[in-house]
Design a protein around this ligand. Structure first.
Ligand code: SF4
Length: 899
């Protein structure tokens, strides 16, 4: 019997509510958006909608193992506990570390932090959230005295100006983006400015796009602060007056004069700013004027700001402009950091970064250290912050850290200088990985593997970008022998001798303790902290099960939570006043040079999440961008002798990778873009982390993932090809370049090779195990290097192979669709090796709408055949773009580039 469970999406920081109709017997689930959840009101993006496709047990890590040998939980846990103790005894407490993840639930995170900081006694616990938003944390703390996000999603409906900075929200926070789109459509006054070197899909709703030079954001925002200081508003009531909110500045802030002096030092001349940012004077003036004249302005920023060696300064340069105008804490205004991961915020609440203590307390305050120690009843609490992510893997590489436990993360792919991270783990004495996926680039290097529950099994809480705590609920029993992360950590802690402090029986035990700590000595006498959910300190099991999404704080003053902070102008600094930070803009540390003349920018794709461990299981998510992808401006394609849709080698000072070239004017000249997702499980050389510069921001320690000098050159192959096959092949033996992609009824392998096999048929037969009664159909043209073959059993095609000496190969979409059929028509069989469908055969073309599986050719045919005039009409006719809306910019582009 089916039952419906409400839970939360495990992907991005929007934190959408999900309604899951669960069939336990078949371990299947129908996913829809939870119409009651305030983050999404029923909407989901393509990734969230496809969650039901990712629940397969194939590829799951189901049993603990030591050095590749399956073992019992008890033996594995003892091994971890004993080895950690042994390392600590032999090399000191700083020789062990944990690397966690924004995928962990708050309860998991809490226990991991407590173990490391409270009992092992060092703070070497950092997470992949360091790569995501630590500059925001640092910027908030400098300005507000606390890591407080002032805004909420409800502000979207109240804003008259949205500024999206370094954020491709259309792809990375699609549900929030659609909400902004709707807010704009419903508000004739509303304008959108996008500040991003790339013209991304987010620009689809932009009234103004500022494609600034990479790394120059602080110059632009300093310039705005100076502009605001000079700008005179004309108002009917009060005549001409400054746009600065002088009362607000004087009463509620400190440091304005210094910040303005720094901003004015070299940012007073718009011509100069335009030159430095590579923007037009008119565009900058327009942006500044809109900001000056619009009271309800929201500045939404993401990794384009955070992932920078001066990310914290950029965050504060933005906040400075809001403080100067007093645009903070009221509906429809404020600086708003869009967090990348589902529980980056929950991690922040429990002190998930190495320099933080739990419950928004800090190592820099000895009273906080003492308070947490008393609460946890420990006398071994760490006294100072530990190693941040980049420092941690450096310490592993240099042998200072001897044992590391990696939880739910894939740093061999995602960290900058990823080849060095891989090397560091290869030589590390003891690597533990707890994960729900068996084969990742990181699990491959583990001595001990611990099977953790996956999304549909986990039970706990997460916090989204607007401070909203939501329940993530289990839909199924654990797969195999998988366990909750909090249980695994607690069991290790108990075996290390900390039985009573880690005797939790359930997630709610931990949540109660976490809530209790948030309210512990959180008062006027000891100092008020922003994070306070003390009203949950005695929450019952039943209440926890029924917990509705709520924005913290949740305490006696705000029993139902609170939408926005700083409406009372009370900040968490010693003086209670917000702090302006004087910013002297710094350009990126490594500039392009003769050897590496281009700037590499990295980011997310619409339909993939992180290192593809889950999204690559959903065939419909793989079709949108099936290969590692290099976006290059057409002039750079020419300058570097690349070919559109050909292959490229990208080289930096730190490593190299291969990717498919996509020539596009959305990319700035001199800048290239590569998505972050591919791993060694899916591509021969597609790890973009191998290229990335490990330079970090000195304050936040966040790496500069958006600016690495690179060289690009053509990947010279003797042959190119692809195989579509109903069963999985050993792709590592196929060719030098390979990319694996899972379709609905088949696997797709994109290939390129440096040496030509003597006999293609013999080559194919070594890789495809022939089944009895199979027949081959072949076509060869030695003069053009063309070889095509199809393997049939009766009228069912099992595999299709296409090889050529150039990149001109048949389109994959139609051929793939033949693998879904059990009986090909005569005409399909006849035309198959030509690679082109006959006129009477369906060919949907490249996938555009993942939600309804609608391809480019279908949309184009409807546009011309039915005379459709807008993306809305396409939606009415085909449904394309009507669910998550993420493909709307691509549908609109089809109208622009009329075919
Ligand atoms: Fe999940 Fe998409 Fe919502 Fe993000 S926007 S939480 S990925 S459904």
């Amino acid at each position: 019997m089916n039952k419906t469970i409400t839970t939360t999406c495990p992907y991005c920081g929007v934190g959408c509510g999900i309604s899951a109709e669960v069939n336990e017997a078949h371990r299947s689930v129908n996913i829809s958006g939870d119409i009651t959840h305030p983050a999404n009101f029923g909407r989901l993006c393509s990734k969230g909608s496809a969650l039901g496709e990712t629940l397969t047990l194939t590829g799951r890590l189901l049993e603990p193992s030591i050095n590749g040998q399956q073992t019992s939980w008890d033996i594995a846990l003892k091994k971890v506990a004993n080895t950690f103790l042994e390392m600590i005894n032999r090399y000191g407490q700083n020789s062990v570390a944990i690397y966690g993840s924004g995928q962990l639930l708050t309860e998991d995170y809490y226990v991991a932090n407590k173990l490391m900081k409270g009992f092992i006694g060092n703070a070497n616990i950092d997470t992949n959230s360091r790569l995501c938003m630590s500059s925001s944390v640092a910027g908030h703390k400098r300005a507000f005295g606390s890591d407080t996000v002032p805004c909420c999603y409800a502000d979207f409906e109240n804003a008259d100006l949205f500024i999206l900075i370094g954020s491709n929200a259309a792809w990375c926070h699609p549900v929030s983006y659609q909400r902004i789109r709707a807010a704009k459509e419903n508000n004739p006054r509303c304008k959108v400015v996008v500040i991003d070197p790339r013209r991304t899909s987010t620009c689809d709703i932009a009234d103004l796009h500022l494609p600034l030079a990479s790394g120059t954001d602080a110059i632009l925002w300093n310039g705005l602060l100076h502009y605001l200081s000079c700008y005179q508003l004309n108002s009917k009531d009060s005549g001409q007056h400054s746009v600065l909110n002088i009362d607000y500045i004087e009463q509620y802030t400190e440091g304005f004069a210094e910040a303005l002096a720094a901003a004015s030092a070299d940012s007073h001349d718009i011509e100069q700013i335009a030159y430095q940012c590579q923007l037009s004077v008119e565009a900058i003036r327009c942006f500044y004027q809109w900001f000056a004249e619009t009271e309800k302005v929201m500045s939404l920023y993401s990794q384009g700001i955070n992932q920078s060696a001066s990310g914290t300064d950029k965050v504060n340069a933005i906040i400075n402009c809001h403080l100067a105008t007093g645009r903070l804490g009221q509906p429809g205004m404020g600086p708003f950091s869009l967090t990348g991961q589902p529980n980056a915020m929950g991690g922040r609440e429990v002190g998930g970064l190495a320099h933080q203590l739990a419950a928004h307390m800090d190592f820099t305050n000895p009273a906080d250290v003492d308070r947490v120690a008393r609460f946890w009843q420990t006398n071994t609490i760490a006294q100072q912050g530990g190693l941040s992510a980049i420092e941690l893997f450096e310490a592993i590489a240099s042998g200072k850290v001897k044992a590391v436990w990696i939880m739910g993360s894939n740093p061999v792919v995602s960290l900058p200088d990823a080849d060095r991270v891989k090397q560091a783990l290869q030589q590390c004495e003891f690597v533990v990985v707890s994960d729900c996926i068996a084969q990742t680039d990181t699990t491959a290097l583990a001595h001990v593997l611990l099977p953790a529950q996956g999304w549909s099994e986990k039970d706990g809480t997460v916090t989204n970008s607007e401070r909203r705590i939501s329940r993530q609920r289990a839909l199924f029993k654990s797969a195999g022998n998988a366990k909750p992360d909090w249980w695994i950590i607690s069991q290790v802690a108990q075996r290390m001798g900390y039985e009573s402090a880690f005797s939790y029986q359930s997630a709610v035990d931990i949540f109660r303790e976490h809530a209790s700590l948030s309210g512990f000595e959180n008062d006027v006498e000891h100092g008020i902290r922003d994070f306070d959910i003390s009203l949950f300190a005695n929450i019952t099991e039943k209440e926890y099960q029924q917990l509705k999404p709520v924005q913290w704080p949740v305490n006696p003053s705000y029993p139902a939570g609170k939408e926005r902070f700083f409406d009372n102008q009370m900040f968490f600094t010693p003086s209670g006043k917000a702090q302006f930070i004087a910013i002297t803009p710094r350009l990126p540390v490594n500039s392009p040079n003769n050897e590496y003349p281009l700037v590499l920018n990295t980011g997310r794709l619409r339909d993939q999440w992180h290192t593809m461990t889950r999204t690559a299981l959903a065939s419909k998510l793989n079709a949108h961008r099936p290969e590692p992808w290099l976006e290059v401006h057409p002039e750079d394609v020419e300058n570097y002798r690349l070919q559109d849709q050909g292959l490229a080698v990208i080289v930096s000072n730190w490593g190299s990778m291969h990717a498919r070239v996509h020539s596009t004017e959305t990319q700035k000249k001199g800048h290239v873009f590569i998505p972050m997702h591919w791993t060694e499980q899916y591509a021969s050389k597609g790890r973009m982390g191998a290229l990335v510069n490990p330079v970090v921001d000195p304050v936040s320690k966040q790496p500069e993932c958006k600016h690495t000098p690179v060289l690009i050159k053509s990947y010279l192959a003797q042959w190119y090809g692809f195989i579509l096959c109903r069963f999985e092949l050993d792709q590592t033996k196929l060719s030098d370049y390979w990319v694996k992609n899972r379709g609905q009824h088949f696997y797709r392998y994109e290939l390129a090779g440096g040496t030509l096999p003597e006999d293609w048929q013999a080559w194919i037969k070594t890789h495809l195990v022939e089944t009895p009664n199979a027949q081959w159909q072949e076509y060869k043209d030695g003069s053009t290097g063309t070889y095509r073959a199809a393997l049939f059993i009766d009228n069912r095609v099992i595999a299709i192979v296409c090889i050529a000496s150039t990149i001109n190969l048949p389109e994959r979409q139609w051929l793939s669709s033949l693998l879904a059929k059990d009986n090909l028509s005569k005409s399909e069989r006849l035309t198959l090796l030509s690679g082109k469908p006959a006129a009477d055969q369906d060919d949907t073309g490249k996938l555009i709408c993942s939600c309804f599986n609608i391809g480019e050719k279908t949309i184009k045919a409807a546009i011309s055949g039915k005379g459709l005039k807008s993306y809305q009409e396409v939606g009415q006719c085909l449904k394309a773009g009507t669910n998550c809306g993420s493909c709307v910019p691509e549908i609109k582009a089809l109208f622009k580039n009329r075919f």
